[in-house]
Design a protein around this ligand. Structure first.
Ligand code: MN
Length: 203
């Protein structure tokens, strides 16, 4: 069976990045699958949208972040599968490493599939529909692939009671759901950590 995390592992040097190595965790059907959104200030700022499917976090990079407006179609570019452990990651990926820059845990929670197919089949077919139970994002969203073999998908809010044409949560709720920190604070706390005296870092 192919290892769906092979690409994730190949792109990273785990002695140089604080990101978790992780592994595939197939979980019992009665455990609610998780989702996570990480704000990632890399070469270009984007939001990484991740859904737990088949033991890994299927991932999309959303340049503009999620919108609550059902009229918005947000580009979501499929990226490599990440381990479920990545869902707890917040910190700084060193410059020169893959994805170098600050990662802030913007939202997390669980999701329910509300599409006709099982999530793994729906992902292969290029049409996922799910209800999010996050700290910031709630309600139905769809991820729709634009072409047969394309990496480009669209993230669209369903028109339910959580939809809004006025609120932009990326602006009104910018802080981490893990630490309450802003992107600058996450970067700064990392610099403090990096500048510890050598004796302390060896302890
Ligand atoms: Mn990213």
């Amino acid at each position: 069976m192919p290892d769906s995390l092979a690409t994730y592992h190949k792109k990273r040097s785990f002695n140089k990045t604080p990101e978790p190595r992780g592994k595939v965790h197939k979980r019992a059907a009665n455990i609610k699958p998780t989702f996570v959104i990480q704000k990632h200030d890399a070469t270009r700022l984007h939001y990484d949208f991740r859904l737990e499917i088949d033991g890994v976090l299927k991932s999309w990079a959303v340049p503009k972040g999620p919108s609550l407006n059902p009229d918005d179609k947000r580009l979501a570019v499929r990226t490599e599968d990440h381990p479920i452990e990545y869902g707890g990651f917040e910190g700084v990926i060193p410059q020169g490493q893959y994805g170098g820059g600050t990662v802030l845990l913007w939202d997390r929670g669980t999701f329910e599939n509300v599409g006709a197919l099982e999530p793994l089949d729906a992902e292969r077919k290029g049409h996922l529909k799910f209800r999010l139970h996050g700290k910031k994002l709630r309600g139905v969203f769809s991820l729709i692939r634009m072409g047969r073999d394309e990496k480009n998908w669209l993230l669209v809010k369903g028109d339910d009671e959580f939809a809004s044409r006025k609120t932009d949560l990326t602006k009104s709720k910018p802080k981490s759901v893990k630490t309450g920190h802003t992107l600058d604070q996450v970067s700064r706390s990392h610099k403090v950590w990096q500048s510890r005296p050598r004796s302390q870092s060896r302890a």
